[in-house]
Design a protein around this ligand. Structure first.
Ligand code: FES
Length: 67
């Protein structure tokens, strides 16, 4: 599934990079992949993915801290 059609950026590699901490912000995703740097129609999807992955990482950290 494409995250950004204009730049042919798929969701999974970006999601993996966010989960690995290699990318941590919308700006980093834009610079690294080019996503959301053409028509901009995918900006909300990029923002949502970054927020979702950051929130998931925070939940994982909380769960790990609780153990
Ligand atoms: S769909 Fe991502 S910049 Fe156009």
């Amino acid at each position: 599934m494409y995250l950004c059609v204009c730049k042919a950026v798929r969701v999974r590699p970006v999601q993996a990079a966010l989960r690995a901490g290699q990318l941590q912000s919308v700006e980093q995703v834009q610079r690294a992949t080019g996503a959301s740097t053409a028509c901009g129609a995918c900006l909300d999807a990029v923002c949502d993915l970054v927020k979702r992955e950051q929130s998931c990482a925070a939940e994982g950290a909380l769960a790990a801290a609780a153990k």
